[in-house]
Design a protein around this ligand. Structure first.
Ligand code: PEP
Ligand code: MG
Length: 323
Protein backbone atom coordinates (compact mmCIF):
# COMPACT_ATOMS: atom_id res chain seq x y z
CA UNK A 1 0.00 0.00 0.00
CA UNK A 2 2.81 2.34 1.00
CA UNK A 3 4.67 1.59 -2.25
CA UNK A 4 1.55 2.55 -4.20
CA UNK A 5 1.37 5.82 -2.30
CA UNK A 6 4.97 6.72 -3.09
CA UNK A 7 4.04 6.85 -6.77
CA UNK A 8 1.72 9.79 -5.95
CA UNK A 9 4.60 11.94 -4.80
CA UNK A 10 5.04 14.07 -7.88
CA UNK A 11 1.33 14.17 -8.72
CA UNK A 12 -1.04 17.03 -7.97
CA UNK A 13 -3.84 16.39 -5.49
CA UNK A 14 -6.73 16.65 -7.95
CA UNK A 15 -10.08 15.08 -7.15
CA UNK A 16 -12.03 12.93 -9.63
CA UNK A 17 -14.14 15.95 -10.53
CA UNK A 18 -11.16 18.24 -11.01
CA UNK A 19 -10.78 20.09 -7.72
CA UNK A 20 -7.15 20.90 -6.98
CA UNK A 21 -6.27 20.69 -3.29
CA UNK A 22 -3.06 21.82 -1.61
CA UNK A 23 -1.21 19.50 0.74
CA UNK A 24 1.20 21.12 3.13
CA UNK A 25 3.32 20.00 6.06
CA UNK A 26 3.39 20.95 9.73
CA UNK A 27 6.96 21.18 10.96
CA UNK A 28 8.77 22.07 14.15
CA UNK A 29 12.47 22.00 13.33
CA UNK A 30 14.35 23.42 10.35
CA UNK A 31 15.53 19.83 9.66
CA UNK A 32 11.89 18.80 9.14
CA UNK A 33 11.75 20.82 5.91
CA UNK A 34 13.53 18.02 4.08
CA UNK A 35 11.21 15.38 5.52
CA UNK A 36 8.23 17.43 4.35
CA UNK A 37 9.48 17.57 0.80
CA UNK A 38 10.45 13.87 0.76
CA UNK A 39 6.86 13.09 1.72
CA UNK A 40 5.42 15.05 -1.17
CA UNK A 41 4.24 18.19 0.66
CA UNK A 42 3.94 21.26 -1.59
CA UNK A 43 5.08 23.61 1.10
CA UNK A 44 4.79 24.24 4.82
CA UNK A 45 1.38 25.22 6.21
CA UNK A 46 2.52 25.50 9.82
CA UNK A 47 6.01 26.04 11.10
CA UNK A 48 5.81 26.08 14.89
CA UNK A 49 8.56 28.43 16.07
CA UNK A 50 8.30 27.54 19.76
CA UNK A 51 11.15 25.03 19.63
CA UNK A 52 13.58 27.95 19.42
CA UNK A 53 12.39 29.14 22.80
CA UNK A 54 11.92 25.89 24.66
CA UNK A 55 14.24 23.95 26.98
CA UNK A 56 16.53 26.88 27.72
CA UNK A 57 16.89 29.68 30.22
CA UNK A 58 17.42 32.65 27.92
CA UNK A 59 15.53 33.97 24.90
CA UNK A 60 16.85 33.48 21.35
CA UNK A 61 18.09 36.81 20.02
CA UNK A 62 17.34 38.23 16.58
CA UNK A 63 20.44 36.75 14.91
CA UNK A 64 19.80 33.25 16.19
CA UNK A 65 16.20 33.42 15.00
CA UNK A 66 17.20 34.93 11.68
CA UNK A 67 19.63 32.06 11.07
CA UNK A 68 16.95 29.47 11.81
CA UNK A 69 14.29 31.16 9.65
CA UNK A 70 16.66 31.89 6.77
CA UNK A 71 17.76 28.25 6.77
CA UNK A 72 14.22 26.93 6.72
CA UNK A 73 12.88 29.42 4.17
CA UNK A 74 15.77 28.56 1.84
CA UNK A 75 15.21 24.82 2.30
CA UNK A 76 11.50 24.87 1.38
CA UNK A 77 10.68 25.27 -2.29
CA UNK A 78 7.00 26.14 -1.82
CA UNK A 79 5.56 28.89 0.38
CA UNK A 80 6.08 28.55 4.11
CA UNK A 81 3.62 29.71 6.72
CA UNK A 82 5.47 30.68 9.85
CA UNK A 83 3.49 30.97 13.03
CA UNK A 84 4.59 33.61 15.48
CA UNK A 85 5.33 32.54 19.01
CA UNK A 86 2.61 30.40 20.58
CA UNK A 87 3.86 30.10 24.15
CA UNK A 88 1.74 29.43 27.20
CA UNK A 89 -0.82 26.73 28.08
CA UNK A 90 0.46 23.40 26.69
CA UNK A 91 3.67 25.06 25.43
CA UNK A 92 5.48 26.33 28.53
CA UNK A 93 9.06 27.58 28.66
CA UNK A 94 11.47 28.66 31.34
CA UNK A 95 12.13 32.00 29.68
CA UNK A 96 9.98 34.52 27.91
CA UNK A 97 7.12 34.87 30.36
CA UNK A 98 6.58 37.75 32.67
CA UNK A 99 6.85 36.60 36.24
CA UNK A 100 3.34 36.57 37.55
CA UNK A 101 1.52 34.00 39.63
CA UNK A 102 0.88 30.69 37.84
CA UNK A 103 -2.53 31.09 36.23
CA UNK A 104 -5.33 28.70 37.21
CA UNK A 105 -6.37 28.27 33.60
CA UNK A 106 -3.25 28.61 31.44
CA UNK A 107 -5.18 27.79 28.26
CA UNK A 108 -7.36 30.82 28.96
CA UNK A 109 -4.47 32.98 30.07
CA UNK A 110 -1.69 35.07 28.63
CA UNK A 111 -0.61 32.84 25.76
CA UNK A 112 0.34 33.17 22.10
CA UNK A 113 -0.62 36.49 20.48
CA UNK A 114 -1.76 37.83 23.86
CA UNK A 115 1.73 37.37 25.30
CA UNK A 116 3.31 38.89 22.18
CA UNK A 117 1.12 41.99 22.35
CA UNK A 118 1.80 42.35 26.07
CA UNK A 119 5.56 42.05 25.53
CA UNK A 120 6.22 44.07 22.35
CA UNK A 121 10.00 43.54 22.47
CA UNK A 122 9.56 39.76 22.41
CA UNK A 123 7.32 40.09 19.35
CA UNK A 124 9.44 42.73 17.65
CA UNK A 125 12.57 40.57 17.85
CA UNK A 126 10.81 37.63 16.24
CA UNK A 127 9.16 39.75 13.53
CA UNK A 128 12.47 41.41 12.65
CA UNK A 129 14.06 37.99 12.21
CA UNK A 130 11.09 36.74 10.17
CA UNK A 131 10.96 39.73 7.83
CA UNK A 132 14.71 39.63 7.26
CA UNK A 133 14.39 35.95 6.27
CA UNK A 134 11.67 36.82 3.74
CA UNK A 135 14.23 37.60 1.05
CA UNK A 136 15.10 33.88 0.81
CA UNK A 137 11.66 32.61 -0.25
CA UNK A 138 7.92 33.03 0.09
CA UNK A 139 6.73 33.43 3.65
CA UNK A 140 3.32 33.95 5.21
CA UNK A 141 3.04 35.16 8.79
CA UNK A 142 0.39 33.44 10.88
CA UNK A 143 -0.85 34.76 14.21
CA UNK A 144 -1.99 32.17 16.81
CA UNK A 145 -4.94 32.44 19.22
CA UNK A 146 -6.56 35.47 17.64
CA UNK A 147 -9.82 36.01 19.52
CA UNK A 148 -10.85 39.42 18.23
CA UNK A 149 -10.26 41.85 15.39
CA UNK A 150 -8.43 44.35 17.57
CA UNK A 151 -5.64 41.86 18.32
CA UNK A 152 -5.18 41.12 14.66
CA UNK A 153 -5.01 44.79 13.71
CA UNK A 154 -2.62 45.58 16.52
CA UNK A 155 -0.29 42.74 15.54
CA UNK A 156 -0.39 43.70 11.89
CA UNK A 157 0.40 47.31 12.76
CA UNK A 158 3.40 46.10 14.78
CA UNK A 159 4.57 44.05 11.79
CA UNK A 160 4.23 47.10 9.50
CA UNK A 161 6.25 49.21 11.91
CA UNK A 162 9.04 46.61 11.91
CA UNK A 163 8.97 46.50 8.12
CA UNK A 164 9.53 50.26 7.86
CA UNK A 165 12.22 50.11 10.48
CA UNK A 166 14.10 47.39 8.58
CA UNK A 167 13.75 49.11 5.23
CA UNK A 168 15.11 52.27 6.87
CA UNK A 169 18.13 50.24 7.99
CA UNK A 170 18.69 49.09 4.41
CA UNK A 171 17.44 45.51 4.73
CA UNK A 172 15.91 43.76 1.78
CA UNK A 173 12.36 42.58 2.61
CA UNK A 174 9.90 40.73 0.35
CA UNK A 175 7.21 43.03 -1.05
CA UNK A 176 4.27 40.80 -0.32
CA UNK A 177 4.10 39.01 3.01
CA UNK A 178 0.56 37.83 3.69
CA UNK A 179 -0.49 38.03 7.34
CA UNK A 180 -3.22 35.67 8.48
CA UNK A 181 -4.98 34.44 11.59
CA UNK A 182 -5.29 31.03 13.10
CA UNK A 183 -8.92 30.32 13.73
CA UNK A 184 -8.73 28.26 16.89
CA UNK A 185 -10.94 30.17 19.32
CA UNK A 186 -14.71 29.82 18.84
CA UNK A 187 -15.11 33.61 18.99
CA UNK A 188 -12.82 33.97 15.97
CA UNK A 189 -14.79 31.37 14.01
CA UNK A 190 -18.04 33.16 14.82
CA UNK A 191 -16.53 36.53 13.93
CA UNK A 192 -14.87 35.12 10.80
CA UNK A 193 -16.90 37.26 8.34
CA UNK A 194 -15.45 40.34 10.03
CA UNK A 195 -11.93 38.99 10.39
CA UNK A 196 -11.92 37.96 6.73
CA UNK A 197 -11.99 41.63 5.72
CA UNK A 198 -8.66 42.21 7.46
CA UNK A 199 -6.78 38.91 7.28
CA UNK A 200 -4.92 37.70 4.19
CA UNK A 201 -5.72 34.08 5.04
CA UNK A 202 -7.19 31.83 7.71
CA UNK A 203 -5.84 28.59 9.06
CA UNK A 204 -8.11 26.51 11.25
CA UNK A 205 -6.40 25.07 14.32
CA UNK A 206 -8.72 22.25 15.26
CA UNK A 207 -6.65 21.12 18.25
CA UNK A 208 -7.44 24.29 20.12
CA UNK A 209 -10.76 24.98 18.42
CA UNK A 210 -12.09 21.66 19.73
CA UNK A 211 -10.60 22.27 23.17
CA UNK A 212 -12.26 25.66 23.49
CA UNK A 213 -15.56 24.80 21.84
CA UNK A 214 -16.14 21.72 23.97
CA UNK A 215 -14.53 23.18 27.11
CA UNK A 216 -12.11 20.26 27.48
CA UNK A 217 -8.48 20.74 28.39
CA UNK A 218 -6.53 19.12 25.55
CA UNK A 219 -3.86 17.83 27.95
CA UNK A 220 -6.23 16.51 30.64
CA UNK A 221 -6.69 12.74 30.25
CA UNK A 222 -9.73 12.76 32.53
CA UNK A 223 -11.79 14.57 29.90
CA UNK A 224 -10.31 13.39 26.64
CA UNK A 225 -13.26 11.04 26.15
CA UNK A 226 -15.21 14.22 25.31
CA UNK A 227 -12.78 15.21 22.55
CA UNK A 228 -14.91 14.98 19.42
CA UNK A 229 -14.01 16.53 16.06
CA UNK A 230 -17.46 15.50 14.80
CA UNK A 231 -19.39 17.40 17.46
CA UNK A 232 -22.05 19.38 15.57
CA UNK A 233 -20.82 22.62 17.15
CA UNK A 234 -17.29 21.99 15.89
CA UNK A 235 -18.55 21.23 12.38
CA UNK A 236 -20.64 24.42 12.34
CA UNK A 237 -17.63 26.51 13.34
CA UNK A 238 -15.40 24.91 10.71
CA UNK A 239 -18.07 25.39 8.08
CA UNK A 240 -18.59 29.00 9.03
CA UNK A 241 -14.87 29.71 8.86
CA UNK A 242 -14.45 28.15 5.42
CA UNK A 243 -17.57 29.89 4.13
CA UNK A 244 -16.50 33.27 5.50
CA UNK A 245 -13.04 32.96 4.00
CA UNK A 246 -14.42 32.05 0.64
CA UNK A 247 -16.90 34.95 0.68
CA UNK A 248 -14.12 37.29 1.75
CA UNK A 249 -11.92 36.02 -1.08
CA UNK A 250 -9.12 34.72 1.16
CA UNK A 251 -7.60 31.23 1.33
CA UNK A 252 -8.60 28.97 4.22
CA UNK A 253 -6.32 26.16 5.34
CA UNK A 254 -6.58 23.72 8.20
CA UNK A 255 -3.48 22.86 10.22
CA UNK A 256 -4.91 21.04 13.25
CA UNK A 257 -4.63 17.24 13.58
CA UNK A 258 -8.01 16.80 11.90
CA UNK A 259 -6.51 17.84 8.55
CA UNK A 260 -4.14 14.87 8.51
CA UNK A 261 -6.63 12.25 9.68
CA UNK A 262 -8.04 10.20 6.78
CA UNK A 263 -11.26 9.60 8.76
CA UNK A 264 -12.19 13.25 8.18
CA UNK A 265 -10.83 13.98 4.71
CA UNK A 266 -14.07 13.42 2.81
CA UNK A 267 -16.06 15.40 5.34
CA UNK A 268 -13.59 18.30 5.12
CA UNK A 269 -13.70 18.25 1.32
CA UNK A 270 -17.47 18.38 1.58
CA UNK A 271 -17.18 21.38 3.90
CA UNK A 272 -15.22 23.13 1.15
CA UNK A 273 -11.70 22.80 2.51
CA UNK A 274 -8.97 22.88 -0.16
CA UNK A 275 -5.76 23.37 1.87
CA UNK A 276 -4.68 20.69 4.30
CA UNK A 277 -1.58 21.00 6.47
CA UNK A 278 -0.44 17.98 8.46
CA UNK A 279 2.34 15.80 9.80
CA UNK A 280 4.51 15.02 6.76
CA UNK A 281 3.96 11.26 7.17
CA UNK A 282 0.23 11.67 6.37
CA UNK A 283 0.54 13.67 3.14
CA UNK A 284 0.43 10.83 0.61
CA UNK A 285 -2.42 9.00 2.30
CA UNK A 286 -4.54 12.16 2.32
CA UNK A 287 -3.58 12.80 -1.30
CA UNK A 288 -4.85 9.34 -2.22
CA UNK A 289 -8.19 10.11 -0.52
CA UNK A 290 -8.55 13.41 -2.35
CA UNK A 291 -7.72 11.86 -5.73
CA UNK A 292 -10.43 9.25 -5.14
CA UNK A 293 -13.09 11.77 -4.12
CA UNK A 294 -15.92 13.40 -6.03
CA UNK A 295 -15.96 16.75 -4.25
CA UNK A 296 -19.17 17.99 -5.87
CA UNK A 297 -21.08 15.00 -4.49
CA UNK A 298 -19.43 15.38 -1.08
CA UNK A 299 -20.37 19.05 -0.90
CA UNK A 300 -23.96 18.17 -1.61
CA UNK A 301 -23.99 15.42 1.02
CA UNK A 302 -22.39 17.67 3.63
CA UNK A 303 -25.15 20.26 3.22
CA UNK A 304 -27.51 17.60 4.56
CA UNK A 305 -25.15 16.79 7.43
CA UNK A 306 -24.93 20.42 8.52
CA UNK A 307 -28.69 20.82 8.37
CA UNK A 308 -29.36 17.68 10.37
CA UNK A 309 -31.04 18.13 13.76
CA UNK A 310 -30.82 14.50 14.77
CA UNK A 311 -27.48 13.32 16.14
CA UNK A 312 -27.79 9.70 15.05
CA UNK A 313 -28.89 10.70 11.60
CA UNK A 314 -25.97 13.10 11.39
CA UNK A 315 -23.49 10.38 12.42
CA UNK A 316 -25.00 7.98 9.90
CA UNK A 317 -24.70 10.54 7.11
CA UNK A 318 -21.07 11.20 8.03
CA UNK A 319 -20.33 7.47 8.03
CA UNK A 320 -22.03 7.20 4.62
CA UNK A 321 -19.53 9.67 3.14
CA UNK A 322 -16.92 6.92 3.33
CA UNK A 323 -19.15 4.18 1.99
C1 PEP B 1 -4.12 23.78 16.66
O1 PEP B 1 -4.44 24.32 17.72
O2 PEP B 1 -4.90 23.07 15.98
C2 PEP B 1 -2.77 23.95 16.10
C3 PEP B 1 -2.47 23.57 14.87
O3 PEP B 1 -1.82 24.50 16.89
P1 PEP B 1 -1.14 23.79 18.14
O4 PEP B 1 -1.50 22.34 18.10
O5 PEP B 1 0.32 24.07 17.98
O6 PEP B 1 -1.74 24.54 19.28
MG1 MG C 1 -3.26 25.86 18.61
Amino acid sequence: YRAGLVRLKGRDAVSRDGLRAKLLANIELPEDAKVAEENGAEGVGLYRTEFLYMNRKDLPDEEEQFDAYARIVSAVAGPITIRTLDLGADKQVDSGRSHGPTPNNPALGLRAIRLCLKEPELFRTQVRALLRASKYGRINIMLPMISNLQEFRQARAAIDTVRHELIGEGHEIADQIPVGAMIEVPAAALAAPMLARHCDFFSIGTNDLIQYTLAIDRVDDEVNYLYDPLHPAVLQLISRTIESGSRGGIPVAMCGEMAGDPRYTRLLLGLGLTEFSMHPASVLEIKRMIMDADVGALRHAVQGILASTDLQEMRDRIAALDA
